[in-house]
Design a protein around this ligand. Structure first.
Ligand code: EPZ
Length: 425
């Protein structure tokens, strides 16, 4: 079990390049199953979730070649099974995209129930509602989701909650269905647009991705043979922007789409931080004093829930009392107990965290409770006086490519210890 050891109070300075978007890549990889033949995917992040997905696809019969550190060739000609019950499936949430992809390809899917970060209940009722609307029968037995259809026929589907996963899964299942599927109240996240662009490049007919109504006209076949580049990771970019402010640093975050960062940029400016936008990069210059703000997380284009934990950490150094209201997940404040060990003064009232600012954090042994909370703990360690040890860092590796290496290049004092036996925190 690895740990990160951080000596805080170093200002981050320099340039950092953001990797490809995790949440786009974890949808696009399963989507390759729908194609005939092979395709090349560029800007694939080198993270644990992708390694696991590649293993799962390989076990289904896909041939995956690493062309370079961020480019892969996926050949699905030999994928002939609709049963994905690999023990690795329960390790990540995004394995639920195998349901939509296998159903779309074979009109059948048997997939182990997905895992992923724990934010309270993570239902898949809207995914199931979508599959059923297309004509499939869905049963859950012995920890597996069993889906079968004689025909998949396009239909209008209204999502009761704005769900990224359900929007993507329905797109995957409907892309080769007969007729037209309309998803209303669809999620609008950048990775939904990226998946639609990927599928359209293979010959799909998807319109409206990025708006709340997506129209999918089913096609008979999706061709392989093309090269597609995944968009930059909005959340990794935001994590570096927040880290720059947290450490009163000056960082140019490169390979990003500034439009995707607007909700964060607006909040940082409200805190009185200097943010300069360029074509595909943003420079963030921290200040000694930042102002309190109130944030509410919402589906895109609202403030991303995945940047909620790093933002809470940042607001520990704002002047005055800030609030963060979690508008997406029921229970995404588990990490706050860890921050309290460092001296943070935060009260959680239901879905709202009330953060007292101008607090001096002091280094402590803390634990990454999930992926984004893990990144937040690293930022807390970089803000704190003294040494912080972050344990359970495997969950950070799930979604951040070489986080400590990128931070070290910016001047952070951070190192990984991998072979310590100690189970203590
Ligand atoms: C995706 O999760 C992301 N994961 C999450 O990022 C992210 O926090 C979330 O979207 C919101 O942006 C991936 O893309 C792999 P949802 P997802 O379905 O798709 C409720 C990270 O750190 N809901 O949009 O699982 C649900 O309970 C991860 O990268 C239903 O009620 O999220 C939640 O309250 C963590 N029924 C809300 O909708 C359903 O059938 C949004 O969930 C589905 C969801």
């Amino acid at each position: 079990m690895g740990k990160l050891i951080i000596r805080g109070q170093k200002r981050l300075k320099g340039e950092v390049t953001v990797s490809g978007a995790k949440n786009a890549a974890v949808a696009i990889l399963p989507a390759t199953i729908l194609s005939e033949g092979s395709c090349i995917i560029e800007n694939v992040p080198d993270i644990l979730d992708i390694t696991i997905l590649k293993n799962i696809l390989t076990n289904l019969g896909a041939k995956i070649e690493n062309l370079n550190s961020s480019t892969i060739k996926v050949d699905v000609s030999n994928v002939s099974s609709y049963v994905a019950t690999d023990s690795q499936i329960s390790k990540l949430r995004a394995s639920y995209y195998l349901m939509g992809a296998l159903l779309g390809k074979f009109k059948r899917a048997v997939v182990t129930f997905p895992g992923g970060c724990d934010f309270g209940v993570r239902p898949i009722d809207q995914h199931i509602k979508g599959f059923e609307a297309l004509g499939a029968k869905v049963d859950i037995e012995h920890g597996k989701v069993i889906i079968a259809a004689n025909r998949l026929v396009g239909a209008p589907i209204y999502l009761d909650v704005v769900s990224v996963g359900a929007t993507i899964n329905i797109m995957l299942a409907a892309v080769k269905a007969e007729g037209i599927t309309t998803i209303e109240n669809a999620a609008k996240e950048p990775h939904i647009v990226d998946l639609a662009n990927f599928l359209n490049a293979m010959g799909a007919d998807i319109k409206g991705a990025g708006t709340d109504v997506i129209k999918i006209r089913g096609v008979k076949e999706l061709k392989g043979g093309h090269t597609y580049m995944i968009i930059p990771d909005q959340i990794e970019a935001g994590t570096f922007m927040i880290a720059a402010v947290a450490t009163r640093g000056d960082v140019l975050v490169k390979n990003i789409i500034p439009k995707h960062m607007e909700s964060l940029t607006a909040k940082l400016q409200e805190m009185n931080v200097k943010v300069e936008e360029f074509d595909d990069s943003i420079r963030v210059t921290g200040r000694d004093k930042i102002q309190k703000v109130n944030i509410k997380t919402l589906p895109y284009p609202g403030f991303p829930t995945d940047l909620q934990p790093p933002s809470t950490v940042l607001l520990c150094r704002a002047e005055g009392t800030s609030t963060i209201t979690e508008g997406v997940w029921d229970n995404r404040f588990q990490y706050i107990d860890e921050l309290k060990r460092m001296g943070a003064n935060i009260k959680v009232e239901g879905r709202m965290a009330v953060i007292e600012g101008a607090v001096r954090l002091s280094g402590a042994p803390i634990r990454a409770t999930d992926l984004r909370a893990g990144a937040a703990m690293v930022i807390a360690g970089m803000m704190a006086h003294g040494e912080t040890t972050v344990s359970n860092i495997e969950c950070i590796d799930r979604g951040y490519e070489k986080l400590e290496e990128k931070l070290r290049n910016l001047g952070a004092d951070i190192r990984r210890v991998t072979n310590e036996k100690s189970k203590n925190r």
